[in-house]
Design a protein around this ligand. Structure first.
Ligand code: OOG
Ligand code: NI
Length: 462
């Protein structure tokens, strides 16, 4: 047999290799990882219930390994190939995010593992954006950007060959997988040599800072890696004493006893030295800011009903106090957020009973011991204590939060006027497939857990 490595194994190894590369590139990321580890250890020590729950879900080991990254691509063909590259690691495009509504000329998806076992093994995700080149208004500049991008290939010949081999043979063996990781990493590496002159960079930068970041370099350098913390408020408050300056407010829902969705905060992008292309091929020193650090805290995934309420409440809070980049109204904004979110119950049983969130169901010890009188109504089984439930972790991203993260690392004074409307069909055409629907993925995880409970109930009755 071919002795193929599992996609989980390749993904886990790639994630560790990427983390190591980024730590060497951006040492502050290493400090942030240490801080997150320290806080996570102390949260688990003071909250044994949380520890037990994470363990029961098989999620304890994944916490310190867990992270997401982000890249920004320039042309449709790059998106098509990156999809094949991520497929080697069992990562599929989930969700469509239109950032143009926040004045950012990209649209995005998240490549991530989708089934329960894969998520347990290694939940690595990459938020992947594609430049909306159609949103460059100046025709000459748009043509120039297209010509610059047309000249680059962000993939090594080696990785292309291994992607093909994976497609032909249905997997990669140890040697090929190791080679794949080394070759694939090249696409994500930082290159301080710009491929453009200072004058061109300036024009691109004036059109939008993000356009300069995407177009001026050899590849889509990973722009941040985000470890998962169990207490984001604590990490945020400890960042300054570790020499890290956080953005003004934490994106997403307010702090809660039962966390929902995703809360995120980042540290500002670093100013880095780069070299522009001079007139006679010489190098001209310049600067570029793009790479930063971020942390996230993940909570329970919400159903469409829960998500609708979340979106409404967030809108309402932002209507009361729009968070300012300089942080001057951070306290007002956080207060508005906490107040406005009161209608969303902060209690897992209520979130479950009202159909706001997704859960993993399991037979309790009482349920296993009491085969008689079990009904096949899940709510009844829960009410009798025969079946328990644990929150399913939200594995995706939030467009308003993502816009806040983009804005803080692109420079806070960016205009946020809405650009032309969303263009999902164009994105999916470039990708080569339709993105998967996040809600149906959570629904299937929940359904599978209910089916497993019902199968046990049925066999106990028989
Ligand atoms: C991506 C920003 C969005 C998140 O976690 O929401 C993001 C980027 O800056 O390229 O990473
Ligand atoms: Ni991020």
């Amino acid at each position: 047999m071919a002795n193929h490595l599992s996609s989980h194994e390749i993904r886990g190894r790639f994630c560790r290799a990427m983390s190591e590369m980024y730590r060497l590139e951006v040492p502050l990321y290493g400090n942030l990882m240490e801080l997150v580890r320290d806080v996570n250890d102390s949260v688990l020590a003071r909250d044994p219930d949380l520890k037990t729950r994470l363990k029961a879900l098989g999620n304890l080991e994944r916490i310190s390994e867990e992270r997401h990254g982000a890249i920004r691509l320039g042309k449709p063909g790059e998106l098509a190939t990156i999809r094949q590259l991520f497929a080697v690691m069992g990562m599929e495009p989930v969700g469509y995010y239109d950032l143009s509504v926040a004045g950012i000329p990209v649209h995005s998806t998240a490549f991530r593992p989708t089934d329960g076992e894969a998520l347990k093994q290694s939940p690595f995700r990459v938020f992947t954006s594609l430049l909306r080149i159609d949103l460059i208004e100046d025709e000459a500049l748009r043509a120039e950007a297209e010509a610059i991008l047309a000249r680059r290939d962000i993939f090594t010949p080696g990785v292309r060959a291994l992607i093909d081999k994976h497609e032909d043979e249905g997997g990669l063996n140890e040697t090929d997988a190791e080679a794949f990781i080394i070759e694939a990493l090249e696409t994500f590496r930082w290159h301080s040599d710009a491929t453009v002159s200072e004058a061109t960079y300036k024009k691109l930068h004036d059109a939008h800072r993000l356009i300069a970041d995407v177009v001026s370099f050899k590849g889509p350098h990973i722009n941040h890696l985000t470890p998962r913390t169990l207490d984001i408020d604590e990490v945020q408050s400890m960042m300054p004493e570790r020499g890290i300056t956080p953005k003004a407010v934490i994106e997403g829902p307010p702090p809660r006893a039962c966390p929902i969705l995703l809360r995120q905060t980042s540290f500002k992008a670093l100013e880095e030295q780069i070299a522009f292309l001079g007139k006679n091929g010489e190098r001209v020193t310049g600067h570029h800011t793009a790479r930063f650090g971020e942390i996230e805290q993940r909570g329970v995934a919400l159903t469409p009903k829960g998500r609708k309420l979340y979106d409404e409440l967030l809108d309402k809070a932002r209507g009361l106090a729009q968070p300012k980049a300089d942080g001057s109204n951070a306290a007002d904004y956080m207060a508005a957020l906490s107040e406005v979110f009161a209608p969303l119950p902060d209690d897992y049983e209520a979130l479950r009973a009202e159909g706001f969130a997704y859960f993993h169901y399991f037979l309790t010890e009482e349920g296993k011991a009491a085969p008689d009188g079990l009904s096949n109504d899940i709510d009844m089984l829960v009410a009798r204590g025969y079946v328990g439930f644990d929150p399913l972790v939200y594995e995706d991203f939030l467009p308003v939060s993502a816009a806040g993260i983009f804005q803080s690392n692109l420079g806070d004074n960016l205009a946020s006027d809405s650009l032309a409307g969303s263009n999902r069909a164009v994105f999916e055409e470039a990708l080569g497939v339709a993105v998967r629907d996040e809600f149906s993925l959570y629904q299937s995880l929940q359904d599978a857990s209910i089916d497993a409970v019902m199968a046990r109930v049925a066999s106990a009755r028989a």
